[in-house]
Design a binder for this molecule. Structure first.
Ligand code: ADP
Length: 222
C-alpha cells in the first residue's frame, strides 16, 4: 500500500512521514519511507535541485509543463526502488509524490488553465510512466506564512546554500500552491486533509501524527 504525504514546503511532511513509518511499525506493519525529489540519487533529481537553486531561471521564467517533466523523470528513474519497496514492505510512505508535481506546477497558471496541467501531469506520471497511484494522499494543510516560519528551522540542505530555496522564498507562490492542493484534495477520493493549524495555533507534531496514523490504519483495513 502506498501512502503519499503532501503539503507545501515546511508543512511538516518529512517529520510526519518519518513518524508515520515508526508508528506503523509499532502497530505491527512493516513500513518504509521514500522521499521525492531524490536530489542525490537520480539524474532528474539533480536537475530538480538545480532548478530549485535558480540555475534554470526564476519561478516565473520556467514553463510549468516543462518543469513537471523533471519531477516526473525523477519518479520514473526511481521505479525499481519503489517496486522493490512495495514488494518488501506492507506500507510504503512517500514524502511527496505526483500530487506535489500537480500542485506546484498548476499553481503557476491562471485558474482557467489549471485543468489542462492536471491532465498533462496525470497522463505523464500514471499512464506514460505507469507510476502506481497511492491508496491515500494525506494533505498537511496550513497557512503559507506559518510554513515559511517552519522552513527557517530546517537544517541547510545539500542542493542549495540558501535557507529558503526558489519556491520556499515566495510567499504568494506558496499560498497559490496551498490553494491548488486544497482544490485537488477537497471532495476527491484518495485524498484526505489534515488541518495542522486550529484556532490560529499550530498543533503539536504528536497530535498531527496521531491523526495521520488513525487515517492510515483505516485505509489499511478498507
Ligand atoms: P517539510 O518536509 O514539509 O518541508 P519538515 O517536516 O521539514 O517540513 O518541517 C519543517 C520544520 O518544522 C522542521 O524543523 C520540523 O521539526 C518543524 N515542524 C514540523 N511540524 C511541526 C509542528 N506541528 N510543530 C512544530 N514544529 C514543526
Amino acid at each position: 500500500m502506498l501512502i503519499a504525504i503532501e503539503g507545501i514546503d515546511g508543512s511538516g511532511k518529512g517529520t510526519q512521514a518519518a513518524r508515520l513509518v515508526e508508528n506503523l511499525e509499532d502497530e505491527g506493519y512493516s513500513a518504509t519511507l521514500l522521499s521525492f525529489p531524490r536530489y542525490e540519487r537520480t539524474f532528474f533529481g539533480r536537475a530538480v535541485g538545480r532548478f530549485l537553486n535558480g540555475e534554470f531561471g526564476s519561478l516565473a521564467d520556467a514553463n510549468p509543463y516543462l518543469v513537471s517533466l523533471l519531477f516526473a523523470g525523477d519518479r520514473f528513474e526511481s521505479r525499481d526502488d519503489l517496486e522493490i519497496a512495495t514488494q518488501e514492505y506492507d506500507i510504503v510512505v512517500l514524502d511527496r509524490y505526483v500530487g506535489s508535481n500537480i500542485a506546484h506546477q498548476g499553481a503557476k497558471l491562471e485558474e482557467s488553465a489549471r485543468a489542462g496541467l492536471v491532465d498533462f501531469v496525470e497522463t505523464l506520471e500514471f499512464k506514460i510512466y505507469n507510476r502506481p497511484r497511492p491508496k491515500l494522499n494525506i494533505l498537511l494543510d496550513l497557512p503559507a506564512e506559518t510554513a515559511q516560519t517552519l522552513v527557517g528551522r530546517k537544517q541547510t540542505r545539500n542542493y542549495t546554500a540558501q535557507s529558503h530555496d526558489l519556491q520556499e522564498a515566495d510567499g504568494a507562490y506558496l499560498d497559490a500552491v496551498r490553494r491548488m492542493y486544497l482544490t485537488l484534495a477537497n471532495g476527491h477520493d484518495r485524498w484526505t486533509v489534515v488541518e495542522c493549524v486550529r484556532q490560529e495555533t499550530l498543533r503539536s507534531i504528536e497530535e498531527i501524527s496521531a491523526e495521520i496514523l488513525q487515517t492510515v490504519l483505516q485505509a489499511a483495513k478498507s
